[in-house]
Design a protein around this ligand. Sequence first.
Ligand SMILES: C[S@@+](CC[C@H](N)C(=O)[O-])C[C@H]1O[C@@H](n2cnc3c(N)ncnc32)[C@H](O)[C@@H]1O
Length: 538
Amino acid sequence: MDATLPAENLKPHQNFTVASISLLASNPPKLVSGPLSAIFGSRSGFPELQFFLEPDGQHSLNFDLRTAQLFRLGEFQSLCVSEGSESIKERTYSKGVTIQFKEEEESSSFHGAFEQWRKKVVIQESTLPNGTASSFKSKFDDKIEASSAKMYFHYYGQLLHQQNMLQDYVRTGSYYAAVIENQADFDGRVVVDVGAGSGILSLFAAQAGAKHVYAVEASEMADYAQKLIAGNPFLGQRITVIKGKVEDVELPEKADILISEPMGTLLVNERMLESYVIARDRFLVPNGKMFPTVGRIHMAPFSDEYLYVEIANKSLFWQQQNYYGVDLTALHGTAFQGYFSQPVVDAFDPRLLVAPAVSHVINFTTVKEEDLYEIDIPLKFTASVGTRIHGLACWFDVLFNGSTVQRWLTTAPGAPTTHWYQLRCVLSQPIYVMPGQEITGHLHMIAHSAQSYTINLTMSAKMWGPGAEQGGILQTSSCKLDLKEPYYRMSQPQAYSVAQDQQPNQLLQSQDLQLPSLDEDGSDFIQQPSNDNDVHIL
Ligand SMILES: C[S@@+](CC[C@H](N)C(=O)[O-])C[C@H]1O[C@@H](n2cnc3c(N)ncnc32)[C@H](O)[C@@H]1O
């Protein structure tokens, strides 16, 4: 392709009128008779071809010119196809239209324009500031479903959700302290705020004396951040808000330090850590600082009979054999598994943990973006009590490795509660352990295109019990969960309600629970443990 064409030759928009188009995705192909407008232009910085299917401009068919191709089928007819998805093994073309032109001349100039707009991509690629030949196609759009991204940025575009984070004083206070106590790392420095939201961290960095802060925010919140920053002119004069994704925007200079709050539930939910790492590789000077610097996921087995029974009971609805004359039991097993596929988010009493935690460290200054696509954490614990283990409890912390002060922000159980709470993966088949018994397993997380992870948890223990040879039988339990679909349990009455002198692990056990299998149609109701004599700890 010719990359020598000056960019100014390309107009912001170029209109064509075509006689008709046929949409090939319909079977048979759907003819849309014209005359129709076909417009070359660019949206979000990417060149695009848009066919307006109705005169009012309400419905259009868009082709991303970074991947679209145009073929001549005849003097008056052409075929336009656009790549739908790409994997190592195959490419699929999700969109295709045949275009009917009235005249050959029109067809030729359309093809000419198509080539020119495609070259625009090449020109932009070749003018990347660091001169690298990286692909212009956004890394973010490559791996994240458009529908997920739309909902995600819509969420963060709303002030109430930013307020929710700002009102997490453990979170925001830790950031404030980490910045102000490490003024030396900000004073006179260029800072990039990765996912600036309301712009609060940019304002903190400016308070700590930053020479200039680039506040990059992809959602509509960028406009509010601009307002907030303008309302603080003393600080705001050193802050530039840039609306766009960190994967796409260009900055006029490199940063000495990045600041960001990219942590989701279980640290990795939302997949924003990847954007933080991409921002590091794009904007940070070699050996620049990152706030936060390191993240750790902590995991420990827990025993929580109340939680287990509560989840198991949710599917009891489907055990009704006469729901308005309908037998619902065929779906009971599916509902049971469904409830156990939701990670539970709440604040739990640390006394529910039955072994010291293990940790998985992610160093943000060195981790590769790809390392975050799949995370496999081996588990090995020694049970401190004999009990039923109902799953794995997880939480995280992050370190601000400042030159002056090292500060941790923790979401651990027992520590002041944050809006992240803690997360628990609950096994539908609990496992029994004796004191000192070893528990092994894996927490395997695979990133998916809806900005979250599929979690596979396996936990195993030597089983002790009637009929079992001591230490002879390995009991294994596993579950698959979607981190995107958590069960937020905070509104429920807290379950860590124990008589003051009673250990949580000695609470009412539900060994007698009838565990349904997928095709079971049993009708016993599981009793919720009584809350009598409860003392609410939290
Ligand atoms: C957890 S919020 C933190 C907001 C703010 N920094 C704070 O601490 O209050 C994350 C913000 O990053 C933005 N964001 C997420 N991914 C982004 C990306 N790839 N590029 C730019 N902004 C992004 C979101 O829209 C959201 O406003």
